[in-house]
Design a protein around this ligand. Structure first.
Ligand code: NAD
Length: 356
């Protein structure tokens, strides 16, 4: 399994392979950059086809976190951890304590939180071993806890910005939005979209999640592949990444793609393919930064929920700036965002000090 020659290796500062036989923990912690602060990014627990797939995911996701945190104006670098799910080592308090010890061993260079496959409860066990963890329940009006409602809030306002830019829509009333995945973020997003008068089409592979959405909201349910190719105003991917490829893009009929899933483009070139098909793409790590903004406020402390919301509400402005530059230069939005993020990291200062 090549590491330094890996196509996704991008000057990552360090990679940590963790094996703890008693709990069965097998994990990779990838630190892409600490230029702007400790490398922050969630912990994903997933059944990977093999170790190489887990390595690829950790490399890509950690670099994405560097870019996400830079454009979100956070004092965080980029990192990510993946726990290789294994039927022989099911979720257990000891598994997450062992993971917490591994995080603690990095001395604060990496800050973790929950991501796909991990919950607030799991992070409580991590917290027993390290203080470099966020996404834990907080008391009163203090910032923190499950980041997904803030992710959904940022995505919702990002969808409004994208719909205005591509469709000239002043509101989402009457627009059709297809939401792929109605888990933590997707369901919260559906609630906000419904309140705003959007029509909802949903798909998920988890029956319970579908049932919960159906019980609560007027939704049209379709099969996952059908949803991807539906003729809708907005397609909001809120499941997993790698969905926009040279094979899927020609079949898409949405006008806007704006959703929470990380790494939606299989390759950077897929951004240009979306442009060719007349689709406006809201770069995933810009629109889905609400959760990490919540995590940052919790980690650095002394913030209120209102301060988090105010910060999340800056996401649509950043998207507007990206859309405008893409329009003016003819570059795909993902290229504009990546270049901006790299300049912010290189400057070592905040996104507000670095012109797009
Ligand atoms: P989740 O696990 O709660 O929800 C994901 C949902 O997608 C699940 O219901 C799952 O069954 C469904 N799903 C999986 N494969 C599918 C498929 N092929 N078609 C349709 N549905 C499918 O995860 P989440 O926390 O809601 O995160 C969703 C996405 O957003 C992930 O890519 C995550 O990395 C990203 N994200 C989440 C946050 C956050 O705050 N939770 C922040 C930023 C980015």
């Amino acid at each position: 399994m090549a590491v330094f020659d890996h196509p996704e290796f991008d000057q990552h500062e360090s990679l940590h392979f963790v094996h703890e036989p008693d709990s069965g923990l097998k994990a990779i912690i990838a630190i892409h950059s600490t230029a702007l602060g400790p490398a922050a990014g969630g912990c994903r627990r997933w059944q990977y086809a093999n170790d190489a797939a887990a390595l690829t995911d950790s490399l890509r996701l950690s670099r994405g976190m560097t870019y996400k945190n830079a454009i979100a104006g956070l004092k965080f670098g980029g990192g990510k951890s993946v726990i290789l799910a294994d039927d022989a080592a099911p979720k257990s308090p000891e598994l997450f304590r062992a993971f917490g010890r591994a995080v603690e061993g990095l001395g604060g260079r990496y800050v973790t939180a929950e991501d796909v496959g991990c919950s607030v409860d799991d992070m409580r066990y991590v917290k027993e071993e390290t203080r470099h963890v966020s996404g834990l329940p907080q008391s009163g009006q203090s910032a923190g806890g499950d980041p997904s409602p803030m992710t959904a809030l940022g995505v919702f306002h990002g969808i409004q910005a994208a719909a205005k830019a591509r469709l000239g829509a002043e509101s989402l009333k009457g627009l059709t939005v297809a939401v792929q995945g109605v888990g933590h973020v997707g369901l919260n997003l559906c609630r906000l979209l419904h309140e705003a008068g959007a029509k909802l089409i949903i798909a998920d592979v988890n029956r319970e999640h579908l049932q919960q959405a159906r019980d609560e909201l007027p939704v049209t349910e379709v099969a996952p592949t059908e949803l991807l190719y539906s003729a809708v105003d907005v397609l909001a991917p809120c499941a997993l990444g790698n969905i926009f490829t040279s094979v899927t893009i020609p079949k898409l009929r949405a006008k806007v793609i704006a959703g929470a899933a990380n790494n939606q483009l299989a390759t950077p070139e897929d951004g240009a393919r979306l442009v060719e098909h007349g689709i406006l793409y809201a770069p995933d790590y810009v629109i889905n930064a609400g959760g990490i903004i919540n995590v940052a406020h919790e980690y650095y402390g002394n913030s209120s929920k209102e301060q988090v919301r105010a910060d999340v509400m800056r996401i649509p402005d950043r998207l507007d700036a990206i859309f405008a530059k893409a329009e003016a230069t003819g570059q795909p939005t993902n290229v504009v965002a990546d270049e901006w993020a790299r300049r912010i990291v290189a400057s070592g200062s905040s996104e507000s000090a670095v012109a797009i």
